[in-house]
Design a protein around this ligand. Sequence first.
Ligand code: MN
Length: 335
Amino acid sequence: MSNTEVAPPEFASAPGGTDAPVEVLTPRAVPLGGPRAMTVRRTLPQRARTLIGAWCFVDHYGPDDTAASGGMDVPPHPHTGLATVSWLFTGEVEHRDSLGTHALVRPGELNLMTGGHGIAHSEVSTPDTTVLHGVQLWVALPDHARDVPRAFAHHVPEPVTLDGATDTPATARVFLGSLAGSASPVATATPLLGAEILLAPGARLTLPVDATFEHGVLVDRGRVTLQGQPLERGELGVLPPGRTTVEVGADEDARVVLLGGPPFGEEIVMWWNFVGRSHEEIVAFRAAWEAGDERFGEVEGYVGRDGRRGAAARLPAPALPHATIRPRGNPTHER
Ligand code: MN
């Protein structure tokens, strides 16, 4: 996905406070661009928090009626210094990238695209898709891995039943890292956890987790509790490191996405679709994309709904802000 928000408004989190057991991040609506564009609910980044582990971008969208919204049609655009996770609940998206990957993104299947030094890709919902519903997540690459060659990984996790769910079923699809005895084979540059969890009404989960990780729970549907703190649909509850369990409950049918990782420990500069370390680097990435530099490669086979293809279909970079783009780090650096 391409980020249209290049001068993001900044919202404080609620309830906030360093002693709050759960930091509740509320989403803001961001249009993806185009005349009838889909709108996403963005919970990361925001002023109060830039990262959860290496997770640096959380967009939640749908269920979206593609007949009304036009669905998703994102022309070839670049990424650097990050990896993207496309995770769908409903619908299907055709992915093409400058590695030559041509893949269908389907519900319950992980597609991890590593931008590293540079990649370009396009994403188009398929003609049969009537409802689009899912999340688009970005992972910041640490300094030692942020210049790696582009890569693409696909994995279909087996659903696992979670213990501690009393008599009520709860299942997880662990797409990155490990949880409840289920481990993803997909390698990442920093330790990560990513899992979709379905809770039946009355489910109460006590999930053993890595105490060195901070965690986030994004509510897709249903009203859930995290450590007893109610979370509404679209909210992202964040827990600091130091916990050996994460407690999630639901009185109604619910779905959440659990994210985690050790605090990233590096400040990053995020602008448009790039993650770097300085304003000057972002300026150089943008100039390289605008010049058609080979660092991003070519996306073969994309044809826009307006019929554009090849270089004419590439998404142009937005104008740079007049101000210097400042590095941002973990909240411990900002508070
Ligand atoms: Mn993208």
